[in-house]
Design a protein around this ligand. Structure first.
Ligand SMILES: Nc1ncnc2c1ncn2[C@@H]1O[C@H](COP(=O)(O)OP(=O)(O)OP(=O)(O)O)[C@@H](O)[C@H]1O
Ligand SMILES: [Mg+2]
Length: 319
């Protein structure tokens, strides 16, 4: 796959590059004032239609979370908005000032942290020394001011992901695309990253599209939660809870609805009764699986109904 931030290089995961296909790459903000505008967009891989006549608007400064079963097309949509995959300009518009953070930080190990942050910035800025200054400022903002000259191998997972956020930040994106950026982090680090992302979002106000499998993460962070199913945005839930969001009754009702849309049924907790859990389709994470979240990936999880599923697929709840 391609590197993380703009300018966005050609994909290396087998999708033909926009340049190679000669198709348009979205790079112009919509004229209607939105940050993102998608109309009637269809994406096929061979005979398989992944996105079908899809419509989406994201307002400037809006924080949108995107849920969906594994393989439903979330990354495909994100890559399209990132300009990594081709799309007709009359169907997909997104600002050229955009940045992507993936699940893995994708730092180049042979470049110091600050150089990773400035990767792809114009040579002029780097020659004038501005690049380092900007990198240091962005690193400071994500709490890594003391690791400007460190090597990526010496960073923890959370630090590396913060460096990836700094790399996105330094581009002053109007659209920040996040593809499961916290999925590989432990539960506590993930909560800190949530706080960090919210504070960066408040300070810089980019539009955000966060792809996640974690329903609680979506509700905790987003203004609006979407569910992608059958190639379309099948569900839209506005989250009007004030931030910081507590897991009160409204939160839980929304969680139940979203889990229902994702094909996950649940019961409890009621009066201390044990949680029952019907294993979801691969990739749906819920707060009901805290044991798996704590144990880490790959740990078999036994639901209350005795079914065994894979911790890597269900881990990741927060609260
Ligand atoms: N380059 C490709 N060539 C062929 N098929 C692809 C390609 N990229 C994605 N697909 C297929 O498109 C579908 C959607 O993939 P995508 O990565 O967008 O799913 P996703 O919702 O992000 O899944 P996950 O939650 O597991 O990350 C999958 O069936 C996938 O196999
Ligand atoms: Mg994906």
């Amino acid at each position: 796959m391609a590197s993380t931030t703009a300018p966005l290089p050609v994909s290396s995961n087998g999708v033909s590059s926009p340049a190679a296909s000669g198709a348009a790459v979205p790079g112009d903000a919509p004229r209607d004032g939105n940050a993102v505008r998608v109309r009637g967009f269809t994406r096929r891989f061979g005979d398989v239609t992944v996105l079908r006549d899809l419509d989406l608007d994201i307002a400037p400064g809006e924080f949108v979370a995107l849920l969906g079963r594994s393989g439903s097309g979330k990354t495909t949509l994100l890559r399209t908005l990132a300009g990594l995959d081709a799309a007709p300009a009359d169907q997909v518009s997104a600002p050229a000032a955009r940045a992507v953070v993936f699940q893995e930080p994708r730092l180049l190990p042979w470049k110091r942290v600050w150089r990773n942050v400035t990767l792809g910035l114009g040579r002029g800025r780097l020659k004038s020394g501005l690049g380092r200054v900007e990198a240091a400022t962005a690193l400071e903002e994500v709490g890594l001011g003391h690791r400007v000259d460190a090597w990526p191998a010496t960073l923890s997972g959370g630090e590396a992901q913060r460096a990836a956020l700094a790399r996105a930040l330094v581009r002053e994106p109007r659209l920040l695309l996040l593809d499961e950026p916290f999925a590989a982090l432990d539960a506590l680090t993930r909560i800190r990253m949530h706080q960090l992302v919210l504070s960066l979002w408040r300070a810089h106000r980019p539009a955000v599209l966060l792809v996640t499998h974690d329903v609680d993460e979506a509700i905790t962070l987003a203004d609006r939660v979407l569910v992608l199913a059958d190639g379309r945005l099948a569900v839209e839930e506005k989250v009007s809870l004030p931030r910081p969001r507590e897991t009160g009754p409204e939160f839980q009702a929304l969680r139940r609805r979203l889990l229902g849309h994702l094909g996950v049924e649940q019961a409890g907790p009621r009066d201390g009764a044990p949680l029952s859990f019907i294993p979801p389709a691969a990739g749906i994470r819920t707060a009901w699986n805290r044991a798996a979240a704590v144990n880490g990936h790959g740990v078999p999880y036994h639901g209350a109904n005795g079914a065994q599923t894979n911790g890597a697929q269900v881990a990741g709840g927060l609260s």
